[in-house]
Design a protein around this ligand. Sequence first.
Ligand code: 5GP
Ligand code: MN
Length: 338
Amino acid sequence: MNLKDINAVKALLSQPQKIVIVPHKNPDGDAIGSTLGLWHYLKNSKQEAVIIAPNDYPKFLKWMPGNEHILNFEKENAQARKAIDEATLVFTLDFNHLGRIGEMQSFLEASEAKFIMIDHHQAPSDYAEITYSDVSMSSTCEMVFNFIGFLDDTDTITKEIANCLYTGIMTDTGSFKFSSTTGRTHQVVAELIHKGAENTTIHNKIYDTNSPSRLHLLGCALKNMVILEEYKTAYITLSQEELDTYNYKKGDTEGFVNYGLTLEKIRFAVIFIENKEEGIIKISFRSEGDFSVNQFARNHFSGGGHDNAAGGKSDVSIPETTAHFVSLLEQYKKVLNS
Ligand code: 5GP
Ligand code: MN
């Protein structure tokens, strides 16, 4: 953030504001961790603030301090719309175009509030008065830590804030192993542990809460995996019927896509998950090295994200979607094999 923006934020926060904080639809650990971390900070600075999630999110994220105060736009619609109506300041976290918040989009577009974006995805759009966008960042949580620092308030980071921010950095970096993890990321994490983040407990709460049905669903997913060695690609499919068989709950497929990349020669891993209710196939893309799944998702599956982790969707059936997907690979054969 440049000095002009920092001063503009300081001026805004020197006045009492009615603040709405928004993560993207289907929020992940970074989205919930960063919104809650910022929420605690603003509340502690005597601001009135509320988080509105566009929809529900997995149980393994619901233990973070302050979670019970998050409004779900789908379930608490009237209350959420009132808060948006009255807002003087809106923070959007972990996304950078308003198409990522589903039904909430039109309500935020109609708002007269000032907007502040904090985000680490590529190609930010320009809806915000203040845009803190940095694709080199491991996570939005790392950016919220920086943001509090820009406001000279690092000393006010409490154990609650530290726990929330640690969670998002951990989940978005694959537990500090993705290439987005920098020396600075480790410094921030060290600082958060000093401030009380319970690293081992957080790890257990996120990763060690499996249900037997989720492990059986994972077994099904791994059985369905198709390996295309000539393209260094592996993909998984999960139909709605399979999800139903294994009593699918939101969040159960989190991380499944990464198994493809654990194969020695595979550099591009994909999972296609049918969602009958929304009438779409939700797709997650992951890569190792130079192949940009952000570009691939943008070009072919109405999506986007980061160079090595992106998402998208398809409106046709799983067999049609995977056939189309496989037909696209020939044009990327060179880069996938380089
Ligand atoms: P995931 O595969 O875990 O849902 O998402 C991977 C990354 O891609 C995340 O950073 C997520 O925000 C982004 N992403 C997922 N789905 C979409 C999408 O439909 N559009 C865009 N622009 N980004 C997405
Ligand atoms: Mn993120």
